[in-house]
Design a protein around this ligand. Structure first.
Ligand code: CO
Length: 211
């Protein structure tokens, strides 16, 4: 574990390295950003967006919260989405969950987790309810949790597609595409769940059409 002071030493070393490698790096980034991705992931310290995607500063716009949720009434995530899609014009919006997610595990327990956590994680309980038959049929608890991680990613993609921001942008400029990924803590690999974006968009628009 790094100490408080080490963080500043690390930072200065990192700046030195960039200045040696690319002397205009900070000057350029200070002017503008052109990320091609919006990444919405879990706050878990083991899943840092830039690191696992191998991207440098300026390449990915990031929002993280507990269990990578897109909650309809959450102003923060929706502001990030709107800014990334309408102003930065990203081509890809990614929901990235991870196997072994503590938020998903907590939501699977029938216990009072505390006010805010109850309300936040209820979103995942709602996903469980939607796929109850499939999930209840999985005996192994970890396997069931990891399947719920995948289904939660899918449902959060659906929540993205329900937004006017995504519908409007996709219909007018053909982007962004919404993707669902799961990261594995055990091997460090990202898996694309290959969410059928176009199909879901059609399906969602039967009910959530916003014109
Ligand atoms: Co997590």
């Amino acid at each position: 574990m790094s100490t408080y002071d080490e963080v500043f030493e690390n930072n200065r070393r990192w700046v030195r390295r960039w200045n040696e490698q690319d002397p205009k790096f900070f000057e350029r980034l200070a002017q503008e950003q052109h990320p091609n991705f919006l990444y919405i992931g879990c706050s878990d310290s083991r899943v840092p967006a830039n690191t696992v995607m191998g991207l440098e500063p300026g390449e990915v716009f990031v929002h993280r919260n507990v269990a990578n949720l897109m909650v309809n009434t959450d102003v923060s995530s929706h502001t990030v989405l709107e800014y990334a899609v309408d102003y930065l014009k990203v081509d890809h919006v990614v929901i990235c969950g991870h196997y072994g997610c503590g938020g998903v595990s907590a939501a699977m327990q029938s216990k009072d987790l505390g006010g805010t956590l109850n309300s936040w994680l209820r979103e995942i309980r709602d996903v469980y309810r939607l796929y109850k038959d499939e999930l209840d049929a999985i005996e192994d608890e970890e396997e069931r949790r990891d399947r719920l991680v995948e289904l939660n990613v899918r449902e959060q993609c659906v929540n993205l597609i329900k937004t006017a921001t995504v519908q409007r942008a996709y219909l007018s400029r053909g982007a962004p595409t919404v993707h669902g990924w799961v990261y594995s803590l055990e091997d460090g690999l990202l898996r694309d769940l290959e969410i059928p974006f176009e199909e879901l968009l059609e399906e969602v628009r039967e009910v959530y059409r916003l014109e």
